[in-house]
Design a protein around this ligand. Sequence first.
Ligand code: NAD
Length: 339
Amino acid sequence: MAATLKVGLIGAGWVTQHHLKGWQALGEKAKVVAIADPSRERAAERAGAFGIPAVFESAEAMLAAGGLDAVDIAAPRAVHTELARLAAGHGLPILCQKPLAPTLAEAEQLVADIGGRVRLMVHENWRFRAYYRQAAAWIREGRIGAVKAVSLTLVTSGTVPDADGHLWALERQPFMRTEARMLVAEVLIHHLDTLRMLLGPLKVEAAALSRTCQDMRGEDGAVIHLSTVDGAGVSVFASFAAYGAPAQQMDRLTVLGDKGTLRLDGPDLSVSGCREEHATFDADATYLGSYAATIAHFVEALRTGAPFETSPEDNLETLRLVEDCYRLSGFETRHRDAA
Ligand SMILES: NC(=O)c1ccc[n+]([C@@H]2O[C@H](COP(=O)([O-])OP(=O)(O)OC[C@H]3O[C@@H](n4cnc5c(N)ncnc54)[C@H](O)[C@@H]3O)[C@@H](O)[C@H]2O)c1
């Protein structure tokens, strides 16, 4: 592998501010040397801010120009599979933002088509948040014993009009208005993935999805019941449409074990049982740090040849949970019929 990994970034939208800080944190190990976005203006703005020497209006043009060792795909989900196939055609390792594809079937087809020809890692950064890494370590060390029951809540007012009539979540990420699959496919995919990291394989037993904000095509509420292989119940209660809740996202997690309890309340993590411990994390640094840690993992695994934690095979397990939420809830069928 080259001493400095030369990376082409595909997409210059909202999330790339965090990607680019993550790449910068790697110093000489990796550099983003080119960026491509049909919006030349957005690409040029990111290039200017982060010192990226080459700007392209398409990924095709960027890859044809050559000189890259890897690509980082941060374009909308609808184009992930075509961009991944394009990069695979050039023999380049790929880091691709979640969701790998709009549906499980499309993701499975992509993984089968790539078939190990190039290395592919899904950018699933939530599980790299420092408090979830600490929680995973405590569970692994047996600090709470066998897991018996789990509750995760994410309740915000992101799609409730504020005093000025603004919908905070939709102003922050306007594409959330038009995605047919929103809360689960876009946001809770992270939580389902993180719960898998913490608890092992999961099964969706039931899901109820709802839409409160009529400015959106997809769902902004979800109540999901899952189970672990040992039969522990896992409940996920989430809404972006909760009046009186803060606009910003904050995870709350309780894991009850037969020897202790693990609690996450925003950036505060604690474990109780035979030995109590508490840690408070800096929320902003943890958020940004999760992108940097994901990118660092990609680069390190390329260097050493070690498997990616969020390999395509691993990520398909998360996508299966996402797909099951839509299937079991009947949300899409109901809304298609109503349309
Ligand atoms: N991991 C996270 O926490 C997280 C957070 C936000 C977004 N995301 C994911 O990142 C991806 C992008 O999200 P965003 O918020 O930046 O969206 P965005 O709408 O702000 O930006 C998308 C950008 O991609 C560009 N684009 C469209 N088609 C393209 C193509 N074929 N080639 C190159 N660029 C193309 C658009 O012009 C736009 O600039 C999505 O998959 C989203 O789910 C992940």
